[in-house]
Design a protein around this ligand. Structure first.
Ligand code: M6R
Length: 624
């Protein structure tokens, strides 16, 4: 076996590589060359990638006579299996689960694509595909679907046809010089009976070694059970893969590969008695907070965290739930660290004017570590010479590899599309960074907060065992929901609202309670339903005034209020109330979000929806 590649050590904290389904991307790629029947290996791999969300699937096998057979189906991998008619005796093949970007959900648009002598699967977006399509049409190529991938396939065939005496690596390099956009491509060329080719830019691709062959996938979870060693490709790398040889190049130079070892100890597979991964993951938070307590307080990892006092301002960048965690971080860091913190949505940040320099710390938050917009922002800020810190769940992911420092959130693998425990883990890490600043600034002592963290597990347990029935009765038939709060409750409500809308499809809007009367109150009438959170003593009365404003317009109000500040509550101001247990400023958002996660879950369950794979959503968004 020839093994090549350099290995970049992770910069901080743990260096183990987790396995399981912890890297999630939109489309899924699998490839295999070895001694086993490729068909079963590929189907197995595709099934392991199902959790990420997709709308069609396909497979291409090269049989022992050199014939390439392709089968594609709209729907699930099961639908693909039902359509498989050929006797797939070959040991070489590729497969794909597609989440439509260019072109509708049709068999023609489904991968693999085959043009001339080339067959490929592709993740990402080829931005200059229309330009290339025009060139190829003039060269006599015909196209049957609408995808950029079919164009990429035709272009590789075109370059191959015109340079048939060249080695595959030279064909790939020529194509990569022309392709604009993001791509992880795995393919076969008809004249080569025992090798796959790979090319990678801005979309993840890993190569893994097994006893019976070599695997390639967009996500190690596809083959975590079959392999113990893997290597992620870096941008602009390309090459060929055989049963017992791998050749990877960059800029026409062959690379030395050092393989990472999979750590399979930490990820529990399967639903383990739960009906959905989302519920399982919400429940896991109860034990995770104890593990994190050990990590930071007993094992003193808080001491080795980045010293934020070295900076004058902080930018936090993320998408969706990660952005919301960043918002919680802003309140904590500003309050306890006395440092200016701005939080940005990555898809905006990547194109806006930045005012950053060496005194700025830029924090990137991501569960998957592969989100395209977030990755692009890291590349952008690196040009300013700033220090970058990643708060990432998936170890050795692209974001974890390119930031200057990384803190792994250690939430273990998250399968459900709706993020729950990964969010809590992100908030926990940010609270540790804020606590470290507070300690350094003599704002408090560790004994002031330690017990609040220690008690988190019990309080999460309370949230898990709460009877939500009356609350769900009010929400489940609503078309619109409003989530209100102030300060850190407001940003917790942003996350709660996102949870509800992504899995129940009920339109939901979060806003600062004080902002309601500046416009949105015009929507309030007897059909409206509002969820309000009030867990900050100094602001609770203000929030109660705001809900009186909506109550008097006939809206239904569900109030989540901290038990110890609910004494003089006027029962006319709400229809249902949840009394929340008391935490401290650091831990209260963690307690609160579990109630909101449970509400979202229970509503979607009542509606009978596909909770783990909500429509149109992917676990991680690896295209812009
Ligand atoms: O993997 P990332 O944390 O970078 O993903 C960011 C968002 O796409 C993600 O949080 C998304 O909003 C989730 N579906 C929320 O549940």
């Amino acid at each position: 076996m020839v093994r090549y590649r350099y290995k970049k050590q992770n910069q901080d904290c743990n260096k183990t590589i987790s396995s399981g389904k912890d890297k999630k991307f939109m489309c899924g790629i699998v490839g295999y060359v070895g001694k086993d029947k490729a068909l079963s290996v590929l189907i197995q791999g595709l099934k392991r990638l199902e959790y990420r969300g997709y709308d069609s699937a396909g497979i291409a096998i090269r049989d022992i006579n050199g014939k390439i057979s392709i089968c594609k189906a709209v729907g699930r991998v099961n639908d693909l299996e039902k359509k498989l008619r050929y006797d797939a005796s070959g040991n070489l093949g590729i497969g794909h689960t597609r989440w439509a970007t260019h072109g509708g959900v049709t068999v023609n648009n489904c991968h693999p694509h085959h043009v001339g002598k080339v067959t490929i699967v592709h993740n990402g977006i080829l931005e200059n595909y229309l330009e290339l399509k025009t060139i190829l049409c003039n060269e006599g190529y015909n196209f049957y679907g609408d995808t950029d991938t079919e164009v990429a396939c035709a272009y590789i065939d075109y370059v191959y046809k015109n340079n048939s005496s060249s080695e595959i690596k030279d064909i790939l390099e020529k194509c990569m010089n022309i392709f604009v956009g993001s791509y992880a491509i795995v393919g076969m060329i008809e004249d080569y009976d025992s090798e796959l080719f790979v090319m990678k830019k801005d979309s993840p691709l890993i190569i893994a070694l097994g006893d019976n062959g070599t695997y390639v996938a967009s996500d190690i979870s596809a083959y975590a059970n079959d392999t113990k060693e893997y290597v992620p490709l870096e941008d602009m790398e390309y090459g060929t893969i055989m049963d017992n040889e791998i050749h990877i190049y960059k800029n026409n130079k062959e690379l030395e590969l050092l393989f990472n070892t999979l750590d399979v100890t930490n990820n529990e597979e399967g639903l383990q008695g739960f009906n959905h991964y989302m519920l399982k993951e919400i429940y896991e938070q109860k034990d995770l907070v104890s593990k994190w307590y050990n990590r930071y307080f007993n094992n003193h990892e808080i001491d080795s965290l980045v010293n934020m006092n070295d900076f004058k301002k902080i930018h936090i960048v993320g998408c969706g739930t990660a952005y919301h965690a960043g918002m919680v971080g802003k309140y904590l860091l500003e309050y306890y660290g006395d440092i200016e913190v701005q939080v940005f949505i990555a898809s905006e940040y990547r194109y806006q004017k930045l005012f950053i320099d060496k005194d700025t710390l830029v924090i990137f938050i991501s569960q998957s570590g592969e989100t395209a917009d977030t990755l692009a922002c890291i590349k952008k800020v690196k040009e300013y010479g700033v220090m970058t810190l990643g708060i990432v769940n998936v170890e050795n992911s692209s974001i974890a590899r390119i930031v200057d420092k990384v803190i792994y959130t250690k939430a273990l693998s998250e399968v459900a599309v709706a993020s729950t425990k990964a969010y809590t883990a992100q908030v926990y890490v940010l609270s540790m960074l804020a606590l470290k600043m507070a300690l350094a600034n003599d704002k408090l002592e560790i004994v002031d907060v330690k017990d609040f963290y220690l008690n988190l597990s019990n309080l999460i347990d309370k949230a898990l065992n709460y009877d939500y029935k009356h609350i769900i009765d009010l929400i489940w038939k609503q078309e619109h929901m409003f989530y209100l709060g102030r300060n850190i409750d407001y940003v917790t409500m942003m996350e709660g609202s996102l949870k509800l809308k992504e899995i129940s499809y009920i339109h939901s809007e979060a806003m600062a309670a004080g902002e309601l009367k500046h416009g949105t109150i015009s929507l309030m009438d007897e059909h409206s339903c509002i969820l309000v959170m009030a867990t900050l003593e100094r602001l609770a009365n203000k929030t109660i005034s705001n809900i009186k404003e909506v109550k008097s317009r006939g809206a239904k109000v569900i109030l989540l209020i901290r038990e110890d500040i609910s004494n003089n509550l006027d029962s006319d101001c709400y229809d249902e109330v949840i009394l929340l247990p008391k935490g401290c400023y650091f831990t209260q958002p963690i307690i609160n979000i579990v109630y909101l996660q449970m509400i979202a879950y229970e509503v979607a369950k009542r509606l009978g929806l596909d909770i783990d794979k909500p429509r149109n959503l992917a676990k991680s968004v690896t295209v812009e």
